[in-house]
Unconditional design. Structure first.
Ligand SMILES: *[C@@H]1O[C@H](CO)[C@@H](O)[C@H](O)[C@H]1NC(C)=O
Length: 306
C-alpha cells in the first residue's frame, strides 16, 4: 500500500525517475534520532555519500505535501548529485498528518519558535558539526509544501543558508493562520488572492527574525503559469517578497532570459554584479506548466555554485 501510494507522486514530481535510479548507489538514506531540540517531532533523514568532500556542503531538500523524506530522496536528483559532488543531503520529514509542513503557526514562522523550521535548522547545525561541513555552503530547496517551507527557512534562518530554490511555493508568511493554527491550509493565499506590496512582504520576512542584520540567502523562485493548486499570483508575490528584502524593484529585472532554462520558461534576474553573476534573486516562470515544475538538478547546482 505504501509503495503504490508513494510511487505516483514520485513519478508526478519528476517525470524521469530513471535519472535518479538508486541502482549502484553505495550509500543509503539514514534516519537520525537525536539531532537537537525538536518539539514539533519533525523527522531527520540524511544522505551522506561514500565519497564525501573534505568540508562538505549541505543541501536541505524538503518534500511536498503527502510526501516523505524517502519519497523525495527517491524522486529528486539530489542524492545522485551528492554521489558526484560529495555534498550531504538532509531530507526532513513532516510530523503532521497529511503531511504538509507547518508554515502557518508562529512557532514555525519565527526564528527559534520551536516549530518545524526550528527543527530543520537544528538538523543543519547537527550535520555541520558531525561532518565538519562548510557553513558557507548550506542550501535549501523543496517542492510545493516543501517550497513554502524553503521560503520560511530563508526568512527564519537567513544566517544558515547561502541560497534557496523554491519549486511552486508561496511567499514566507502567506499561509499565516489568523487563529495561529499549526499546519493550516490558507485558501486565500493558495488561490492567489493575497496581493501585497514589496514593503509589506519585506516586513513579514524581517519580522520573522527581528533584529537580524546579517546576510540573506540568494533566492530562486520557480512557478508554473497554469498552477491551480497554488495559483501563479504566488509567483509574483514571492518575487516581490525577495526582491523587496534585497532592495530591488520587482518590476525591473536586470536580466531577462527567454526560453531559459527550458523552452517556454522565462528567467528574470535581479542583483547581478561582477562578484555575483547569477544575481541575488531569480524568478523562473514556466509557461503552460502546472503545479509540478520538474526539479532542474543541473540548474540547482549552478545556482548553489556546486
Ligand atoms: C491567510 O493568509 C493571509 C495572509 O497571507 C491572512 O491575512 C489570512 O488571515 C489568512 N487566513 C486565515 C483563514 O488564517
Amino acid at each position: 500500500m505504501h509503495f503504490s501510494s508513494l510511487i505516483a507522486p514520485v513519478f508526478a514530481l519528476l517525470g524521469a525517475v530513471s535519472a535518479n535510479s538508486l541502482a549502484g548507489r553505495a550509500a543509503q538514506l539514514t534516519q537520525v534520532q537525536n539531532f537537537g531540540d525538536n518539539p514539533s517531532g519533525t523527522g531527520m533523514y540524511i544522505y551522506v555519500p561514500t565519497k564525501l568532500a573534505a568540508k562538505p556542503p549541505i543541501i536541505v531538500a524538503i518534500h511536498y505535501c503527502t510526501g516523505t523524506a524517502q519519497a523525495y530522496y527517491q524522486g529528486s536528483p539530489y542524492a545522485k548529485l551528492a554521489d558526484q559532488k560529495g555534498f550531504i543531503v538532509i531530507y526532513p520529514s513532516s510530523p503532521h498528518s497529511g503531511t504538509c509542513w507547518d508554515v502557518s503557526s508562529q512557532k514555525s514562522l519565527k526564528h527559534n519558535g520551536g516549530g518545524d523550521s526550528n527543527a530543520i535548522a537544528n538538523m543543519v547545525t547537527y550535520a555541520l558539526k558531525k561532518y565538519n561541513g562548510d557553513a558557507s555552503k548550506v542550501f535549501v530547496t523543496g517542492s510545493s509544501s516543501g517550497a513554502m517551507m524553503t521560503n520560511v527557512m530563508a526568512a527564519t534562518y537567513p544566517e544558515l543558508f547561502a541560497a534557496a530554490t523554491a519549486y511552486s511555493g508561496v511567499p514566507a508568511g502567506c499561509f499565516v493562520s489568523s487563529s495561529g493554527a499549526v499546519d493550516a491550509w490558507n485558501s486565500t493565499c493558495a488561490q492567489g488572492n493575497v496581493d501585497q506590496s514589496a514593503a509589506y512582504w519585506t516586513n513579514v520576512v524581517k519580522g520573522m527574525y527581528p533584529g537580524y542584520s546579517g546576510s540573506r540567502p540568494r533566492f530562486q523562485v520557480y512557478h508554473g503559469s497554469i498552477d491551480t493548486t497554488l495559483r501563479p499570483n504566488n509567483y509574483r508575490e514571492s518575487v516581490k517578497e525577495w526582491t523587496g528584502v534585497f532592495g530591488y524593484d520587482a518590476t525591473k529585472p536586470q536580466t531577462v532570459k527567454n526560453n531559459f532554462p527550458a523552452n517556454g520558461y522565462t528567467t528574470d534576474i535581479w542583483g547581478v554584479d561582477s562578484t555575483n553573476p547569477l544575481g541575488k534573486v531569480q524568478g523562473i516562470y514556466a509557461l503552460n506548466v502546472g503545479h509540478t515544475v520538474p526539479i532542474n538538478g543541473a540548474q540547482d547546482m549552478a545556482w548553489f555554485g556546486l
